[in-house]
Design a protein around this ligand. Sequence first.
Ligand code: TXA
Ligand code: MG
Length: 314
Amino acid sequence: MAVISDSNEAVRLLKNGGIVALPTETVYGLGANALDEHAVAKVFKVKNRPSFDPLIVHVASIEQAKLIAEVTDEAEALFRRFSPGPLTLILQKKQIVPDLTTSGHMTVGVRIPNHPIVLEVIRNSGLCIAAPSANPFGYTSPTNAAHVFDQFGDGIDAVLDGGPCEVGIESTILEMSETPKILRLGGLSIESIEDVIGKVIIESSSSDPKAPGMLSSHYNPGVNVRLFESLNEMLSQYKVVNKSSIGLLIMGKGPCGDNMYNLSTSNDDVEAASRLFTGLHQLKAKGFREIWAHSVPENGLGRAINDRLKRAAH
Ligand code: TXA
Ligand code: MG
C-alpha cells in the first residue's frame, strides 16, 4: 500500500475499481465506487466484517445525493443546515445502488463529508463513494493516515493522506422514518438535529444499531431457499428430484445450465460475494419454486456469504 498525497492518483485508482482510504472530518474511510459491486465486495473483504453491514455512501452535494436516494424535504433541510458535516441520513435508495452496498436494505446511508480533499476526490471522479471506517472489524477507527497504514499493510491500494481528522468520531446516523430515529450517536449532536426537525427517537447508543435478525427478510429472495452442507451433497440430492422447479446457486466447479447460477467458478470469495444477491434475484425471476444453495468455505467473505445464505434459508 502506498501513502499518497495526490488526489488525482486516488481518483484514478477509484475509477479503476480500487480501494483507497480517504480522509474525512470524522474518521478515515475505506473508499470504493459505491455502484461497483466488485469494488464494494473487496471493501467487505479487507475490513473482515463477520457479516455484511450496510455501507455509507459519500457524495459531494445534495444534487448528487438525489441520484442515489429519495431526498425528502425534511432530509434536504437537514443537509442544508449540517452538510457537509458529520451527519448520515438513512433514506430510501434508488435502484442504481447495488444491494451489496446496502446489504439488502431498501434504504441507503448518505453523507456529505466535510473535508476538502475527499470532496475534491468525489467531484473529480464523479463517483459516489462507499466508505466504512477504515479499520478492520473490532478495531478503533483511524483518525490519521498512519493508523490506516499500520492496520492494513498491503490489503488496500493506497491511503490518501489528508492529515488528522477533525471530528474524530463517526457521523451521527439518523433514519428518516416517520418519526426520525438516531441509529448511532456521533459527531453531530441531537440538540442540533432537533433544532431543525423537532423531537427524534434515540434507538440505541450502539455503533451497530440494526440487529442482524432484522435484516433476515431482506435476504429472503421470495422463494424457499434450501441450504446444503456442500456442493456434493446438494448435487447428490438433486439427482433424485423433479428438477423443473429448482434453481441452483453454485460456487466452484459444477454443472452449468439454465437453472443454475454460478457465484464464482474459480471459487473466488470476493467475486462470489459481489454476485450473491444478483444470483438469488435472477433465480427468483426465472420462476423457480425453490432455490438450492450450499455452504461455501469459511474464509474471507465466505463467512458473510454463509451468513446471508443461512438467513435466506431461514
Ligand atoms: O463518520 C462516518 O460515518 C464514517 C466515515 C468514513 O464517513 N463511516 C462509518 O462507516 O462510520 P461504518 O461502516 O463504520 O459505520 C456505518 C454504520 C454501520 O453501523 C451501518 O450499520 C450503518 O452505518 N448503516 C449504513 N447504512 C445503513 C442503512 N441503510 N440502514 C441502517 N444502518 C445503516
Ligand atoms: Mg465503523
